[in-house]
Ligand binder design. Structure first.
Ligand code: UD1
Length: 428
C-alpha cells in the first residue's frame, strides 16, 4: 500500500489545474445504461472510482474505452446483457446503486447488491428504493441483493411517472430517480430534490440525450418521460471538492495559488468561510486566486448542509485549517453521523479538538508537528495532507488508496506549487 510523505512549512505559490468532477462523472456514467447508442464523456478524471464503475458497467454488458491521456470515456450499451451488479464490485463503491434506476427504466429489470455500511456512517439506500417502488417497481430483498422488476401489469413493464417527495435531501437518490424518470411513462415530479451542481450537470447531459427535464438546480425537478434516448458527448463539470481542497492548501500554508478551470459558483459557501478566516479569494480570468500572506487565520464556525450550504466533503479540510486559527471554532456535521475520523489523526499532529455529538470544537494552536497518520476515508485523507503541508517536520500518511479514489495526481499538483510531497510506493 502506498504512503505519502509531506515535509511541511513551505508556502505554496503557482497554479493548480482542477480536474473533472468524480461525483458528477459517476452518475453520468450510469446514464449510459439509458441508451443503446454510444455515450461519451470528456474531462473525465483518472481515478480509482472511475475504474471501479467502468468494471461494473462492463460486467453489465458495456463496451468501455477509457482514453486517460485525453480524459475521455466512451461507453456503449448495445444491450444490457447481464443486469446483475455483483457484491464484489458494489462493496467497493456505494455509487454503484446508481445503475438500478437506469436498468429498470430501460429493461424493466435489474439486480444490485446492497452496498454495505461504510466508514462515514450507515448510509442506507432506502430513498432510492422507495422512489423506484413508487414508480411501479417490485423489489425483493434477498441474499444481500435487491431484485427489482417492473411487472407487466404496470404499463407493460415500464416505470410510471409519479410525484415523489424526499423526506430529506439525498444527492444519490435524486440522481437515481431522475435517470429512471427519463424513460418512464408520464411525468415525474421530484420534490425536496437535491440541488447540487452534479445534479444540474446530469440533467444537462440527459437533456442532450433527448430527455425532458425542468427545474434541475432547484428543489423541484419535473421529468416528462420519453420513449427512447440517444447517445451524446458531454463535458463533465469541474470537481468542486478537489477545487475546495486545493483552495484550503494556500490558506493553511500561506502563499498565492490560482485554481485553473474553476468557477466560483461551485464553492460559494467555502469562499465565504475562507473570506471570514481572512484569506483573500478572488475571481480572475485565470481562475480562482487564493492568497494568504503572513496574517493569522481567524476562527470560523461552519455547519455542513446540502448545497448551496457548506459541503460535508469539505468539512475535514476546513477543520485542518481551523487547527491553526487564532481562537476557537466549531464545526458541525449534519449530513453524516460518523465523519470525524480525521480528528484523532489531527490530534496526533498536535491539534486540539473536542467532539460532542456532531459538533467539533477546535481550539487553534500555534503550530502542528509532523507525525505518522492514517487515512480513514477519502476526504479525511486530504485533510491530513493539508495539515502535513503546514506542520513542522515530516508527516507520513498511510492508506492513501482512500485519497486515490478522489484526487488525481495530488502530489504532482501540489509539488508544482512548491510543496515537498512524495509518494512512497508499495510501503508495507
Ligand atoms: C453524495 C456524494 C458524497 C457527498 C454526499 C453529500 C457522490 C458519489 N457522493 O453521496 O460525496 O458526501 O452526496 O453531499 O456524489 N440517506 C438515506 N437514505 C438514502 C440515501 C441517503 O438515509 O436512501 C442519507 C445518508 O445516510 C446521508 C444523507 O442522506 O445522511 C445524504 O446522503 P446522500 O446525499 O444520498 O449522499 P450520497 O448521494 O451517498
Amino acid at each position: 500500500m502506498d504512503k505519502i510523505a509531506v515535509t511541511g512549512g513551505k508556502p505554496l505559490n503557482g497554479t493548480i489545474p482542477v480536474s473533472g468532477s468524480k461525483n458528477a462523472c459517476l452518475p453520468l456514467m450510469a446514464a449510459s445504461l439509458l441508451t443503446d447508442q454510444v455515450f461519451s464523456l470528456t474531462n473525465v478524471p483518472d481515478l480509482a472510482d472511475i475504474g471501479t464503475l467502468s468494471a461494473l458497467l462492463r460486467s453489465l454488458g458495456a463496451t468501455v474505452t477509457h482514453d486517460a491521456q485525453n480524459s475521455r470515456l466512451d461507453l456503449h450499451f448495445a444491450r444490457i446483457s447481464s443486469p446483475l451488479a455483483h457484491y464484489d464490485i458494489v462493496r467497493k463503491m456505494r455509487a454503484s446503486i446508481l445503475v438500478l434506476g437506469p436498468m429498470l427504466a430501460r429493461d424493466g429489470a435489474g439486480t444490485v447488491s446492497l452496498p454495505g455500511g461504510c466508514a462515514i456512517g450507515a448510509r442506507p439506500v432506502d430513498l432510492h428504493l422507495k422512489g423506484l417502488q413508487a414508480m411501479g417497481a417490485t423489489l425483493d430483498l434477498r441474499d444481500g441483493y435487491v431484485h427489482a422488476t417492473v411487472p407487466r401489469s404496470v404499463n407493460g413493464g415500464r416505470l410510471r411517472g409519479v410525484s415523489f417527495r424526499f423526506p430529506f435531501v439525498s444527492v444519490g437518490a435524486t440522481e437515481n430517480l431522475m435517470m429512471a424518470a427519463t424513460l418512464a411513462k408520464g411525468t415525474t415530479r421530484l420534490v425536496n430534490a437535491a440541488q447540487e451542481p452534479e445534479i444540474v450537470d446530469l440533467a444537462r447531459c440527459l437533456s442532450g440525450m433527448g430527455a425532458h427535464i425542468e427545474g434541475a438546480g432547484t428543489s423541484t425537478i419535473e421529468i416528462e418521460g420519453v420513449d427512447a434516448l440517444s447517445g451524446t458527448e458531454h463535458k463533465v463539470i469541474a470537481d468542486r471538492i478537489e477545487l475546495g481542497s486545493f483552495m484550503i492548501a494556500p490558506a493553511i500554508t500561506g502563499g498565492d495559488v490560482t485554481l485553473a478551470n474553476a468557477d466560483m459558483s461551485l464553492v460559494g459557501a467555502l469562499a465565504e468561510a475562507l473570506d471570514a478566516a481572512d484569506v483573500s479569494i478572488s475571481d480572475t480570468p485565470d481562475g480562482i486566486r487564493v492568497v494568504r500572506k503572513n496574517g493569522t487565520i481567524k476562527p470560523v464556525s461552519i455547519i455542513t448542509e446540502p448545497f448551496p450550504g457548506y459541503a460535508t466533503d469539505l468539512q475535514a479540510q476546513m477543520m485542518a485549517l481551523m487547527t491553526l486559527a487564532d481562537g476557537i471554532s466549531t464545526i458541525e456535521e449534519r449530513i453524516f453521523e460518523n465523519r470525524f475520523m480525521h480528528v484523532p489523526e489531527l490530534a496526533r499532529m498536535g491539534a486540539k479538538i473536542d467532539i460532542n455529538g456532531g459538533v467539533a470544537t477546535v481550539t487553534g494552536v500555534d503550530s502542528l508537528r509532523g507525525a505518522p497518520v492514517m487515512a480513514t476515508d477519502l476526504r479525511a485523507s486530504i485533510s491530513l495532507v493539508l495539515a502535513g503541508l503546514a506542520a513542522e517536520g515530516e508527516t507520513v500518511v498511510s492508506r492513501v488508496y482512500h485519497l486515490d479514489r478522489g484526487y488525481e495526481r495530488v502530489e504532482e499538483k501540489l509539488r508544482a506549487c512548491g510543496a515537498q510531497i512524495e509518494r512512497i510506493q508499495g510501503a508495507d
